[in-house]
Each structure stands twice: as structure tokens, then as C-alpha cells.
Design a protein around this ligand. Structure first.
Ligand code: BTN
Length: 249
């Protein structure tokens, strides 16, 4: 494993993606103490003050690019496994937000480049809130953040990083090995926020429904008024209170 650490970087994922294009080997890892232009899902920014873990990991899986749909779920299952027993107090919201008490502890961003039926690289970026930073967090996220030290006060970012990489190596074999993928799906499903109504939003389409299970490719099967269907991108917004949707017995 090749490991690059920076005190300050724009974005560990942006940096690693460039290294990937320049031929960096699989399992190259980039971390930074802080990021000045951290990237989140859906084009959002990821606030990245010192004290947390910002880590990107390079994979070069020899699989059909469609199998990469499994990677967000794989990465969040790897994080849960890396947390050991404390992982049992966490929840995962499809595809890969890790929550504690309804607040977000970890965001994961998966980016990739493929050519035809070949994956050139995939970069998995983990933004892990470890401890509430001394600088004031932006007001709009202050009450929505959770921290690793709330569930394991002795776990340091370096140790956590090592554990995440170890689990990701093990679980990413599930991109092509169905037996391992079954283990990953089980791990994810045990902690997943399912069977509760959500608004789904993909930037254009909005719909109300109940997430019921993962499909074989890592998509989310939702029950809606018009029947079941599976989504592969977009996100679940806040849960719907007093929904007219009921879970089928
Ligand atoms: C999300 O929006 O939930 C995903 C956030 C991912 C943030 C991490 S921090 C390390 C890596 N570098 C980035 O610029 N983004 C990811």
C-alpha cells in the first residue's frame, strides 16, 4: 500500500483521481488533516476542518463497470465492520450515509473512470467526523453532525483509517465474488434504514415510498403507490412523518 499524507489539500479524492490517471497502483491512499475544497455527493461541498478523517482509496477492480454500483454499499459496509462493536449503534441510509442518532457521522463519495467494458479506476473517499471541531461548524450542519468519539472515544483517526482499508480490501472482493457480496449485503442490511417512508430525490424526480431492500446490484428497491421499483442514483431525503404509506404486513 502506498500512503500519501498532506497537512492541507483541496480534496483527497481530486488529488487521487489525478494520480490514478497518471498510473498510481491499486490501494494507493491519500489522506489530509484538512481540505479546502472537500467534495460531497451531488456536487455539494464537504466541510473539512482539522481533527477529522479525510481519506481516499484507489481501487482498480477487474469487473464490468456496471458492478461498480455495488461499491457505495460495499464502502459503507466496510466502515461499519471497521467500527467493530461500536458499529452496532450506527445506521446506514442508502446508499452510504452512516448515521448515529439520526445525525451524519460519515459521508462516502465514489468516483470512477471506465473505458468501454473496462474499469480504469475507482476512488472511494471517506469523510469521517471524529470529534466536534473547535471552529464553529456551519449553522446548517451543526446539529446534524455525529462524531466517532461519541461511540468510541479512544479510536484515533489513524487506527480507524487502517481498519477501513483492511475491511475495504476484504469486502471489495464482493464486486466479483457473489459469496462475499452476500456477506456485504447482509452486513449493510442489518444496519440499514429500511421499512420507513422517505422522499427519494435524484435532482429531477421526487417520489414518496418505502425503501424495502437492496437489489442484487446495490440498487435500492422502493415500494411506492405504483408498485416496486429500483433506484440506482440520487438520495433519500429526510424521513416522512405521518406518511400515508404503511408497511405491508
Ligand atoms: C457525502 O456527500 O456524503 C460524501 C462526502 C465525502 C467526503 C470525502 S472527504 C475525503 C474525500 N475527499 C473529498 O473531496 N470528498 C471525500
Amino acid at each position: 500500500m502506498i500512503y500519501h499524507h498532506f497537512k492541507t489539500l483541496g480534496s483527497t479524492s481530486e488529488h487521487l483521481a489525478k494520480m490514478a490517471d497518471d498510473g498510481a497502483p491499486e490501494w494507493t491512499v491519500v489522506t489530509a488533516d484538512r481540505q479546502t475544497s472537500g467534495r460531497g455527493r451531488g456536487g455539494k461541498a464537504w466541510w473539512s476542518p482539522e481533527g477529522n478523517l479525510y481519506m481516499s482509496v484507489l481501487l482498480r477492480p477487474e469487473v464490468d463497470p456496471r458492478k461498480l454500483l455495488r461499491l457505495p454499499v460495499t464502502a459503507s459496509a466496510a466502515f461499519l465492520s471497521a467500527m467493530g462493536e461500536s458499529g452496532s449503534s450506527l445506521a446506514v441510509k442508502w446508499p452510504n450515509d452512516i448515521l448515529f442518532g439520526g445525525r451524519k457521522m460519515v459521508g462516502i463519495l465514489v468516483e470512477s473512470r471506465s473505458e468501454g467494458d473496462k474499469v480504469l479506476w475507482a476512488v472511494v473517499g471517506f469523510g469521517v467526523n471524529v470529534e466536534r471541531p473547535e471552529d464553529d461548524s456551519p449553522i446548517e450542519i451543526r446539529d446534524r453532525m455525529a462524531f466517532v468519539h461519541e461511540v468510541d472515544e479512544d479510536l484515533e483517526p489513524e487506527d480507524l483509517a487502517e481498519r477501513i482499508i483492511r475491511s475495504l480490501k476484504e469486502y471489495s472482493a464482493g464486486l466479483k465474488d457473489e459469496r462475499i457480496w452476500d456477506i456485504v449485503r447482509d452486513q449493510w442490511t442489518r444496519r440499514a434504514l429500511l421499512n420507513t417512508p422517505y422522499t427519494y430525490w435524484d435532482g429531477g424526480r421526487k417520489l414518496h415510498g418505502i425503501p424495502i431492500r437492496l437489489d442484487v446490484n446495490g440498487g435500492l428497491v422502493m415500494a411506492t403507490e405504483d408498485g416496486e421499483f429500483t433506484v440506482y442514483s440520487g438520495e433519500l431525503k429526510d424521513p416522512i412523518q405521518n406518511s400515508k404509506f404503511k408497511i405491508q404486513d
